[in-house]
Design a protein around this ligand. Structure first.
Ligand SMILES: [Fe+2]
Ligand SMILES: [Fe+2]
Length: 311
């Protein structure tokens, strides 16, 4: 399902068309300025002196895959805190996997952009942001006392980033999917007073810097989507729900439940109606946007609904 013999489509937006700067180039300039105002060092912003222990939840309980199941109901308060610490570490590990994948997309894009394009500097900022985020997620995992919980698939599991159906547009769509999914979780975490301070500080930093990445990906996709050949648009539309389903499923890590001795934990989490609902809610900004630009239309919406990605 995830491989296709479709040749590379570069989808590069020109810096200017008929003497007018493209919206992507203008956005890149604005985001460079934003990064000069706010660029955060996780080894300064996060107070790592606070032990990552079970004094509190590490994610809002409503965001935990087992929340609301009979397994959850049978846990003591202390077990729920510990379980949330493992889920937070698994989410950090998925975050590192996602960021590695998307940095490869961005680095490929950079290799084909002239340095005179404002997006060149902006995309280097984005890679630098993701490098700091992955260092932050790694630091949490190392201090949380959990196993690594890295997704047990290659970052090329969906195919080499340069040959995804629909080309670079699909790659940016995947970047956006991951960023919107994590953003919803991060926003709930940073505001939740029940959550451990280190987890809240990480979430806040990530929200502040990811806003730039979401903005760039949306601008790029809005500009490039109507310019794609029909065959590429069709290929990207058909591939997108399966690719988004694949990355959304990585937030459930089977090894976590083995570690905690929860029988069939991954299956229970995946079948949990509250978890399914959460995926739909957390992807709503993405699916609304994809509806607006035409990636999701009347003919493709059913697949998104059948896969449990849209209402
Ligand atoms: Fe990030
Ligand atoms: Fe990002």
């Amino acid at each position: 399902m995830f491989t296709a013999n479709i040749s590379l489509t570069v989808n590069t937006v020109n810096v200017s068309v008929n003497g007018m700067e493209t919206t992507t180039a203008t956005k890149a300039r604005q985001l460079i300025a934003a990064s000069q105002r706010v660029t955060l060092d996780p080894f300064v912003e996060v107070d790592w002196s606070v032990p990552i222990d079970d004094r509190a939840f590490h994610l809002p309980p409503e965001k935990l895959p087992l929340y609301g199941t009979t397994v959850w109901d049978s846990m003591t308060p202390g077990e729920r805190y510990a379980y949330s610490r493992h889920e937070c570490a698994a989410l950090c590990a998925a975050g590192i996997w996602f960021e590695n994948m998307l940095m490869q997309v961005v680095l490929r894009h950079l290799s084909q952009l002239p340095v005179t394009d404002p997006s060149h500097r902006y995309l280097l900022v984005e890679v630098a942001d993701e490098c700091r985020h992955s260092m932050m997620f790694g630091e949490y995992i190392r201090r949380a006392g959990t196993p690594e919980y890295a997704p047990d698939c290659s970052v090329d599991a969906l195919g080499p980033v340069d040959s995804l159906p629909g080309g670079r547009a699909t790659a940016y769509l995947l970047i956006l999917a991951v960023e919107e999914l994590l953003d919803m979780s991060n926003r709930a975490t940073m505001r939740d007073v029940r959550v451990h301070p280190v987890s809240r500080q990480m979430a806040k930093l990530h929200v502040l810097e990811e806003a730039r990445h979401v903005s760039f990906a949306k601008t790029y996709l809005t500009e490039v989507w109507p310019t794609l050949p029909d065959a590429d648009r069709a290929a990207a539309s058909a591939f997108a729900p399966h690719a988004v389903n694949f990355v959304a499923d990585l937030v459930v890590h089977p090894h976590l439940y083995d570690t905690l001795g929860i029988d069939d934990g991954a299956a229970i989490a995946r079948a949990n109606p509250r978890h399914r609902e959460r995926i739909v809610t957390d992807l709503a900004k993405l699916t609304d946007f994809l509806g607006d630009i035409g990636v999701i239309d009347d003919s493709s919406r059913d697949v998104w609904v059948e896969l449990g990605l849209a209402a």
